[in-house]
Each structure stands twice: as structure tokens, then as C-alpha cells.
Design a binder for this molecule. Structure first.
Ligand SMILES: *Cc1c(COP(=O)(O)O)cnc(C)c1O
Length: 382
């Protein structure tokens, strides 16, 4: 096995879901977002664990992601959060992937395919755009679209959903906007009921909303990032403490590599492409076998530190495609083949999390874990 690997603690994934459960009603369903290969954590293994612990739904972005889960014997309902192409619909239906729908053309394409495959009561969820400005119908259209779905006679309105734009922001303005989105969504639902149609499972909340937006829990929540052990935006540890909410998360992923060799450097000797760093004096450089093609982005170079034997060492020079270099100095105890931990769990020797890296890079933890590439082997811990 290559030294550069992502250790995935499935027990922590389970722990995080149990923590979420403590904060919602007993009857509220949970749909975990496993799109983008479970935010880089490996969708198949994560989904197997999630199914085993009784999660109700999984959510993917693309048909292929859903197919991968079905081919690995995942049987619980799979929602598809983005639209697919007309060409993908036959596979979506064959693999029983539940689409978000909100326009007649797309509904009809699904209905035609479902008929062609001789299926009845195929579930769909009606998406409402309450202010995200991405997908979904407007509230005035919801009733008619629900009627249109029921008139196909093969599609079944299993749920109605929306998505918040600023539910992870805790400022007054954002809270007001989220409240308006929820009210808008509930009006859309009312318009469906007025047509005599039962809207089914109502869901709106991703990782932050059910904590931060009162009343947004509804019948199901759709967490993603919290399942993988990171707080969403402003709904962080400090916010939870201030509001007396107990939601203790544990990161699921540790990203690590290895010291492949230690090199002696003289004063003015440069490191890497562009010669952007030069030694101040005699020093030692450890070469690590992880680079930007593993997800260690070049933009991390100015601030990235790597933990070796419980101590942080700074990256020097630019990060290369497959390697990077850290300065360990003249009197460190770092040895060749030592483990070098980039982020993750303390127990694995990490001194920082994906959140710490994200904060310094001006991005979000989602991006840091999702961009760990396919080349990096995932090692699953039960
Ligand atoms: C990705 C996604 C989620 C999960 O979001 P998190 O912020 O990771 O909790 C929920 N709903 C939709 C529609 C999404 O696209």
C-alpha cells in the first residue's frame, strides 16, 4: 500500500449520526448526503455503514453515484439532488434513484421511462426554490406540478423539499432570510394540499438549518458535512456551546503520508519549482510523497504544516504534483519512513483538522476532504 492514504473511521461516522439523532425528534427521518464519494470519504463503505445503522435515505448528485451504491447492494432510497440528462434517465429508473423534479418536461421524461420499464408508483420529490436560486419551482407552481405528477399515474409524490442559502450563517439578516425561505416553502406545501394532494415527506435542512432555523426539521433532515465530523459554517462549537446544544462531532478522515527521505541542505540551497524558498543556513528537508494530485493543493503551501511524531513542520517551496518538502531543521528526531499526518484525528497523530486548513486557505472543510483524489487509498476502520 502507498504511504499516502486516507484513514476512514466508520465508527466516528456512526458516532456523528447518533449525535445528530439526539438533537432531533424520534420520528424525524435522516437522509445523509453521500455525494462526491461521501465528501471524499468513500461513498460505498460509508453508505454501507449508514444503511446498517438505520439511516432512512442517502443523497447523491449524479446517476452514476447512485448506480455505484446499488451495485454494492445498498437498498435504502437514494435521492438525486441535481438534475440528470435525458440520456441518463433510463439508468436512473433502472437503479431506482429518486429524482428531485420541478418542471413538466423533466417529470414527463421520467414518467415515460417509468412506463417503458413497466413500473408503478415510482417515487419523486418536488423541489421548491424558496431562495437558493438554484433548482426548484416557485410556490405558485407547486400545486399544479403536484397535480401533473399525480396525473402521470406512474409517479408518486413521495416528498417535497427545499434548500437554504444561508442557514449556516448566524447573523440577524441571514436568520431572517432563512425564516422567509421556510415560510415560503410551507406556503408551497399548502398550495399542494389545496389541490387535495398529500405532499409526503417534507424536508429542507442540511447540516446547519435544523439547529439554526427554528421549525426547519420538518419530517426529514439532509445532513452532509456534520456526518463527516465538521461543523457547518457559523454553527460551530462556540455557537453550540453558547446555545447549550450538545453535538459533539468527531472527524472521520485522517490524511497521512510518509517521510520518503531526509536531505541535508546548505545555506541558499533552494527547494522545488520556481525556487521560491531558500535555506537560511544549514538545515534538513524531509521529502513527503503527497502532492497536489493527491489533494494537497498548491495554495496550501504558504501556511501548511505537517505533523511528524507529534510536532508540526512547515512545508517549504511549492507543492509538487506527487511530493512536497518540509523543513525539519538540524536537531529534529524525524527519521526516514516516519508517518507524516496532514490533517485528521489526534489519535492518528494529527495536530490539525480539515477545518484548520480550510480556515487558512479561505475555503470550507467540504472542499479539503472532497478534493482528496482517487489515487489516495482509503483504509477503513470499523
Ligand atoms: C449537499 C446538500 C446537502 C448536505 O449539505 P451539508 O451542508 O453538507 O449538510 C443537503 N441538501 C442538498 C440539496 C445538498 O445539495
Amino acid at each position: 500500500m502507498r504511504a499516502t492514504k486516507a484513514i476512514i473511521h466508520l465508527n466516528n461516522l456512526e458516532h456523528n449520526i447518533l449525535e445528530l439523532r439526539k438533537n432531533i425528534n424520534k420520528d424525524t427521518k435522516i437522509c445523509v448526503a453521500v455525494k462526491a464519494d461521501s465528501y471524499g470519504h468513500g461513498a460505498v463503505e460509508c453508505s454501507k455503514r449508514l444503511e446498517k445503522i438505520g439511516v432512512d435515505f442517502l443523497a447523491v448528485a449524479a446517476v452514476e453515484e447512485g448506480m455505484e451504491l446499488r451495485e454494492n447492494n445498498i437498498t435504502i432510497p437514494i435521492l438525486m439532488l441535481s438534475l440528470c440528462t435525458p440520456e441518463e434517465i433510463p439508468l436512473a429508473v433502472k437503479y431506482k434513484i429518486t429524482p428531485f423534479v420541478f418542471d413538466k418536461e423533466y417529470i414527463q421524461l421520467f414518467a415515460d421511462e417509468v412506463k417503458r420499464q413497466n413500473i408503478k408508483n415510482y417515487p419523486v420529490h418536488l423541489a421548491v426554490d424558496s431562495g437558493m436560486g438554484r433548482i426548484g419551482c416557485y410556490k405558485e407552481e407547486a400545486g399544479e406540478l403536484a397535480k401533473y405528477i399525480s396525473c402521470t399515474e406512474v409517479l408518486d409524490l413521495e416528498g417535497v423539499c427545499t434548500h437554504f442559502a444561508v442557514s449556516d450563517c448566524c447573523d440577524c439578516e441571514s436568520n431572517k432570510f432563512s425564516k422567509r425561505q421556510l415560510d415560503y416553502f410551507l406556503e408551497a406545501v399548502e398550495n399542494i394540499r389545496k389541490e387535495g394532494i398529500e405532499p409526503g415527506i417534507l424536508h429542507a435542512s442540511s447540516s446547519a438549518a435544523f439547529i439554526n432555523v427554528k421549525g426547519s426539521e420538518l419530517n426529514m433532515i439532509r445532513p452532509g458535512i456534520v456526518a463527516y465530523g465538521y461543523y457547518a459554517g457559523d454553527v460551530n462549537k462556540k455557537f453550540l456551546e453558547e446555545n447549550n446544544i450538545k453535538l459533539e462531532l468527531k472527524p472521520v478522515m485522517t490524511f497521512e503520508t510518509q517521510v520518503s527521505i531526509i536531505r541535508n541542505f546548505e545555506k541558499e540551497q533552494s527547494v522545488g519549482y520556481g525556487r521560491t524558498w531558500k535555506a537560511n543556513g544549514k538545515t534538513k528537508i524531509a521529502v513527503l510523497t503527497a502532492g497536489y494530485a493527491d489533494g494537497l493543493l498548491r495554495k496550501f503551501a504558504p501556511f501548511l504544516e505537517v505533523a511528524i511524531n507529534g510536532k508540526n513542520y512547515p512545508v517549504r517551496g511549492r507543492i509538487c504534483m506527487d511530493q512536497c518538502m518540509v523543513e525539519i531543521g538540524n536537531d529534529s528526531d524525524v527519521k526516514r519512513w516516519d508517518k507524516a499526518v496532514i490533517f485528521g484525528l489526534k489519535e492518528d497523530g494529527a495536530l490539525q483538522t480539515a477545518q484548520d486548513i480550510a480556515d487558512k486557505a479561505g475555503t470550507i472543510s467540504y472542499e479539503v476532504t472532497s478534493l482528496i483524489t482517487k489515487r489516495v487509498e482509503r483504509e477503513y476502520i470499523e
